[in-house]
Design a protein around this ligand. Structure first.
Ligand SMILES: CC(C)(COP(=O)(O)OP(=O)(O)OC[C@H]1O[C@@H](n2cnc3c(N)ncnc32)[C@H](O)[C@@H]1OP(=O)(O)O)[C@@H](O)C(=O)NCCC(=O)NCCS
Length: 161
């Protein structure tokens, strides 16, 4: 997804407002989720977002959204954002984040989604890490007890010699 940063999108420093970028990221993630599950879906959570580089007025915003893994009714979407100064012809990284979307049936209830089959090395790495990230966000969201997070426990057990 591409957007042009116009004056109404900026803060007092002449940079893209974080809230506007999150809005665009949410739309890009919704499109990726909708394409994967072929039904309407809802934002369930957004993992931590930090802004590395501001995107300037008049620059182009590129957002790439990919479904990394599907669980029962939820999907993890990885977003990468770049700014582009098309006059001087360079691109710079702005931020990245993981969003979780839940597919909904016509009654607004969660519905099951088809799995993701990762192919490239990058897709496989995101797919593998998705279980741990899911457990962490469910713990932070009060939906899982830390004692039940087996993937996370195994990860920390092998990471700490
Ligand atoms: C997201 C929502 C549909 C989940 O419904 P729910 O009744 O809690 O359903 P469940 O507990 O059965 O969870 C459904 C799925 O959502 C996931 N989920 C729920 N809360 C989550 C959270 N905080 N983070 C990540 N995933 C979450 C569950 O893990 C489950 O995934 P799975 O089926 O793949 O295992 C519901 O909480 C909701 O409608 N929230 C408001 C969403 C919204 O308004 N978004 C717009 C932003 S304002």
């Amino acid at each position: 997804m591409n957007e042009l940063v116009l004056p109404n999108d900026t803060n007092v420093f002449g940079n893209l407002m974080g809230g506007r970028l999150m809005y665009w990221m949410d739309i890009a993630a919704a499109m990726a989720a909708g394409k994967h599950c072929n039904s309407p879906s809802m934002t369930a959570s957004v993992d931590n977002l930090s802004f590395k580089n501001p995107i300037k007025l008049g620059n182009i915003v590129h957002i790439e959204a990919k479904v990394t893994r599907a669980f029962t009714t939820s999907m993890e979407i990885h977003l990468k954002v770049w700014g582009e100064d098309s006059l001087h012809q360079y691109k710079y990284e702005s931020n990245e984040a993981y969003f979780t979307f839940v597919a909904l049936d016509p009654n607004g209830k969660p519905r099951s989604v088809v799995p993701v089959i990762p192919e490239t090395e990058d897709e496989k790495a995101h797919f593998e890490g998705a279980l741990r990230r899911r457990q962490l966000r469910l713990i932070l969201g009060g939906k899982m007890k830390p004692t039940d997070a087996n993937e996370l426990k195994a990860f920390f057990a092998t990471s700490n010699p």
